[in-house]
Design a binder for this molecule. Structure first.
Ligand SMILES: CC(C)(COP(=O)(O)OP(=O)(O)OC[C@H]1O[C@@H](n2cnc3c(N)ncnc32)[C@H](O)[C@@H]1OP(=O)(O)O)[C@@H](O)C(=O)NCCC(=O)NCCS
Length: 191
């Protein structure tokens, strides 16, 4: 089994959800339902229930073990148990690709303090160093200035423009495509 990721940054701890986190996770998504709606697919009502997240705890763990995804929640170190945000590294592709995608959201009350920049920096460091990904891709709708600023701060490069890329809140949205390459990627392939 892989070691459970626990990424400690200045103000946050990032980790996979545990059973004891379920209520905090539900509260985060319920409190931020409107705030996060425009950046994600429409979710069924069950998404906002403890039963859904009780099932997601082992599912997220299994995906991590299977080298499929890394679904992290960010907890504030000083407000233990409160979810500050979430970061999903998904769509892991190995072989000649060695890349994945990242998506993220922050509690509305915590915007404007650098939390997501800090969380993503920690998450990217783990994905690059521990999981040895070569490239992480992140995409945003052109008017999402906050997301664009976070990625620019972290050194992501704009690579393109995809028309009608994702169905967000029931509407196909164009996206700016960006990525960050791991300068310390290690070739561990068999020769
Ligand atoms: C996208 C999102 C995560 C960005 O959140 P954010 O709070 O703007 O980003 P950060 O937490 O990194 O904070 C950056 C802000 O904090 C300020 N800041 C304060 N201390 C900082 C620090 N130590 N480091 C970096 N920035 C800091 C920055 O100047 C910036 O300020 P601004 O709001 O005046 O521009 C958030 O808006 C969100 O959840 N949106 C809805 C979901 C979404 O769009 N997800 C992304 C889909 S692509």
């Amino acid at each position: 089994m892989r070691p459970r990721p626990e990424i400690v940054t200045e103000r946050l701890v990032l980790r996979l959800p545990e059973p004891a986190d379920v209520n905090a996770v539900v509260r985060y998504f319920v409190d931020n339902r409107a705030h996060l709606a425009a950046s994600r697919a429409r979710m069924p009502e069950s998404f906002y229930t403890p039963a859904f997240w009780v099932a997601q705890v082992p599912a997220a763990r299994a995906e991590y073990e299977g080298d499929v995804s890394l679904r992290l929640f960010a907890f504030e170190r000083e407000a233990s148990g409160r979810v500050a945000g979430n970061l999903n590294f998904t769509n892991f592709v190995r072989g000649a690709a060695q890349y994945c995608t990242v998506g993220y959201g922050l509690d509305r009350a915590r915007e404007g303090r650098g939390y997501m920049t800090e969380a993503l920096r920690g998450g990217l460091d783990f994905v690059f160093r521990e999981l040895n990904m070569h490239r992480v891709m992140a995409n945003y709708v052109p008017h999402n200035r906050r997301s664009a600023a976070v990625l620019r701060r972290l050194g992501f490069t704009v690579e393109g423009y995809a028309r009608d890329y994702l169905l967000l809140d029931g509407k196909w949205e164009d996206h700016i495509l960006t990525s960050l390459v791991n300068p310390e990627w290690r070739d561990t392939s068999v020769r």
